[in-house]
Design a protein around this ligand. Sequence first.
Ligand SMILES: Cc1cc2nc3c(=O)[nH]c(=O)nc-3n(C[C@H](O)[C@H](O)[C@H](O)COP(=O)(O)OP(=O)(O)OC[C@H]3O[C@@H](n4cnc5c(N)ncnc54)[C@H](O)[C@@H]3O)c2cc1C
Length: 463
Amino acid sequence: MFPAEADYDYIVVGGGTAGCPLAATLSVSHRVLLLERGGAPQEFPSLASQDGFLQTLVDTDSSDSPAQTFVSQEGVPNARGRVLGGSSTINAGFYSRAHPGFFSASGISWDMALVNDSFDWVERSWQSAVRDGLLEANVTPYNGFSVHHLPGTKIGASTFDSSGRRHSAADLLNFASADNIRVALRASVDRILLRRRRSQSMLAIGVVYSDRYGRHHHAMTRPGGEVIISAGTLGSPQLLLLSGIGPRPYLSSWGIPVAVHNPNVGQFLYDNPRNGISIVPPTPLDHSLIQVVGIPSDGLIEKVPGPSSFGYLRLASLNVRDTPLVRFNYFSNPDDLTRCVAGLRRAAQVIESRSMNEFRLPEWWAAGGGPREFRYVGAPLPANRSNYAAMADFCRQNVATIWHYHGGCLVGKVVDAELRVMGVGSLRVVDGSIFSVSPGTNPQATLMMMGRSVSDLFIYSLI
Ligand SMILES: Cc1cc2nc3c(=O)[nH]c(=O)nc-3n(C[C@H](O)[C@H](O)[C@H](O)COP(=O)(O)OP(=O)(O)OC[C@H]3O[C@@H](n4cnc5c(N)ncnc54)[C@H](O)[C@@H]3O)c2cc1C
């Protein structure tokens, strides 16, 4: 049982992809409380294997389900993790380190030796467990198996091991010091407790959280301690707003007392649009999640990099359990449309390459004995690929998500370069909400690395 109030060096809000390695690392020499609103992965068998991936995204009826689904204001279905390990416990498992350009664009002064050590630390905890078409379409060179972000085609690493068993950020808690860490599950943090200092500036001193029975608890930091929010791209800005840190007029419209006016909380919210082409194979294939990725120099198949378009998040209610209302404004910046069209043209080259012939319908299926064709799920690509307007329209009409949404608490706008919330002492944000660009082909590796490395980079010893 947890004491109703206790003094911790660090309170980490959100046991997700960044939060678990962060809490584990801090606990080696400090007293840490990790508060996660979801349950343990072991309670949900579908999470354990690759085969359960889609089922997890469908079984979302219960308020306790590990995937909390939401639909953006544009009507695009999406999901977020609500379980220990966060979205790394429900995701597709593709694992890839960030591209070098990410580090200079992130606004953080990384120590690259520490970055590489931290990636190694993460990868040590589990074994990193369609290439021809991409090569024919000139997405070269072939780089074999790699965890690095390399131009060309590669077989990526996966957080599913060779027996198909999932590993997630929750596994990184095995590196924690059991004597120093307390992990509370189904503990939803309702707000950050703030105190006004004599200098009139605000200081985070603890949190209010509620358990599965709706009982409220306080947890306090000891003097010199910190509250670190790792509640994810939707959860972190939401919690700041509910705690009175955000745009003054907006907070007042909800009747939330304003602690710190910051117009940027919940703004600059990005999602990488996905525009896949899906075909039905003539014979059933083994089920597999994404394993092969092509990184051409002029655009990425499926995932529009960046993106440059952004939207915002608004509270849906004053209840932290309700996902905020989210608008990503896909393709509002014409650069994203240009990249999408370039990526789809490349995808068309792949699909029309010789290696894909076996996926065309057999001749006897093709109407009137014509050429062998593909059977598409959803809309086929426009026949005239050089018609930019038609291709752009396809991008807009068929946009989906690759679930790499980020932003809402950007560096330089909500947090400083050491991830401290501007205008509030002893409060940081460490998760995907601080990014203005999604790192590499897939973000989870970088988020785990960040959880590991920030304590060495910015958080100083209390002792
Ligand atoms: C379906 C899906 C598939 C994906 N596939 C891949 C992939 O193959 N490869 C890849 O690299 N990335 C993938 N991603 C993206 C990647 O998983 C996320 O970008 C990353 O996990 C986000 O990490 P985070 O630490 O920012 O947030 P999260 O991991 O989401 O952690 C946030 C945590 O905070 C908790 N929380 C939120 N609010 C509160 C609160 N008020 N109180 C207490 N706890 C709270 C949440 O329950 C959650 O556990 C996928 C994502 C999804 C959803």
